[in-house]
Ligand binder design. Structure first.
Ligand code: SAH
Length: 392
């Protein structure tokens, strides 16, 4: 095999990588003219300034996270068998966790495959690639998926905005089979997703355990599932015996899937298409309350510069959501923004709930389920926050 380009760390740089992190930043590397000229996504070896081997990875001279390590030894073969080994390991973890084939199969660095997310819906795989390095490896990845899972359908959902930062175009394409509407099962409930049209990969597996928690408290209760998407929380609550469930979202196609899901589970929900903030104001004005309120919005802090505005939106949502919780009820407040730290989000939620003049206690503080593993040196990649408060 032809030798790969060798990049070196600057003296005394790469502290995080030395400690085991899979990222090396551009300011930590010797950016020679040759390095700068490398095509984004080139496979490289990397060494310390003392010549110590750091491993193999892919490099993008245009990206702040310039190097993402794939293996801890130089010259590691990054081929179909490399991917098959990582996939097999990731699959074994999911099979130990779940008895049905519906889960996040690959969660990027958490599964040793930076730049790659794969959600599994039975024999349908939805693949999302966010880096030039991973995009270049699509062929060996596809070969390994065939070998390990032989899926009927592979959909490339490569339309995340972050791809632009890596110089990648945006596209959605079936690599194999015909993606369309699919059914999935989670916590014993049946749901639907429309893979070509839906948001992100079509389903948010990350809230699985939080949905089960809410479902377990829902018997005989009234539930408002705000930002419901296709009914993840609402259907679970209805199956858990809730006496009334409203799914509230601005997306008509998402609500239509929630209604189909209700029928498939032989429960009933009321789907309301409205802006959550406006609808909450209306409910507050009408003094309508619910025993359980879930508010799981889209990310309000899309980038670091949005932090203050996004934080204010989380606080406002907490206040409004708290205002429609019945005495003795519960509210779940969630954030899927990478860019707001957990303690700041909790402070915003507390501030919003206190503004309403209610006594609140935090009864659960959780994140994504275990099919979203976090690399221990990248705690910031644990993006999901879900806080449950009991109100007096
Ligand atoms: N809770 C869901 C995931 C929510 S994703 C689950 O468990 O699967 C965020 C949802 O918020 C999307 O469905 C989107 O259509 C909806 N949304 C975004 N902005 C909204 C707004 N202002 N009012 C109502 N819904 C909104």
């Amino acid at each position: 095999m032809r030798k790969r380009p060798l990049l070196t760390l600057k003296p005394r740089e790469g502290r995080r990588a030395r400690a085991g992190a899979p990222w090396i930043f551009s300011n930590e590397l010797v950016m020679s003219a040759e390095a700068k000229a490398l095509v984004p996504g080139t496979l490289v070896d990397v060494a310390g300034d003392d010549g110590r081997d750091f491993g193999s990875g892919y490099f993008n001279p245009k990206s702040l996270i310039a190097l993402r390590l794939l293996a801890r030894e130089a010259g590691a073969r990054i081929d179909a068998s490399f991917f098959a080994a990582r996939l097999t390991r990731a699959l074994a973890l999911r099979q130990a966790l779940y008895d049905k084939p519906f889960y996040r199969l690959i969660h990027a660095e958490g599964d040793g495959l930076p730049g790659l997310t794969i959600d599994r819906f039975g024999d349908v795989l939805v693949v999302q690639i966010t880096t030039a390095g991973m995009e270049n490896l699509l062929t060996p990845l596809t070969m390994a998926l065939e070998e390990v899972l032989a899926p009927a359908t592979i959909l490339l959902r490569n339309d995340t905005p972050s791809r632009a930062l890596e110089g990648l175009d945006s596209y959605v394409r079936a690599q194999k089979g015909e993606p369309g509407r699919i059914a999935l099962e989670e916590n014993g409930s049946r749901y639907f997703a429309d893979l070509g049209q839906g948001q992100k990969t079509g389903w948010y597996y990350d809230q699985r355990d939080n949905r089960a928690f809410i479902a377990g408290l829902a018997r005989g209760k009234t539930v408002l599932d705000a930002f419901s998407y296709s009914g993840g929380f609402g259907i679970a609550a209805a199956k858990g015996g809730a006496k009334e469930v409203i799914c509230l979202d601005s997306s008509a196609p998402a609500l239509a899937l929630a209604e189909d899901s209700a029928s498939a589970n032989q429960v009933s929900i009321r789907a309301v298409k409205a802006d959550v903030f406006e609808e909450l104001e209306r409910l507050v004005a009408g003094k309508e309350v619910f025993d359980i309120v879930v508010a799981d919005p889209p990310p309000f802090v899309k980038s670091k510069k949005d932090l203050e505005a996004g934080a204010r939106a989380y606080r406002k949502l907490a206040r409004l959501a708290g205002d429609v919780v019945a005495p003795g009820g519960l509210v779940l407040l969630a954030s899927c923004s990478h860019n707001i730290p957990a303690d700041r989000f909790a402070a915003q939620c507390a501030g919003g709930l206190m503004r309403g003049g209610r006594r609140a206690t935090l009864i659960r503080s959780a994140g994504a389920g275990p099919d979203h593993p976090v690399h221990p040196m990248l705690p910031e990649s644990a993006y999901l926050k879900a806080l449950v408060y009991a109100l007096d």
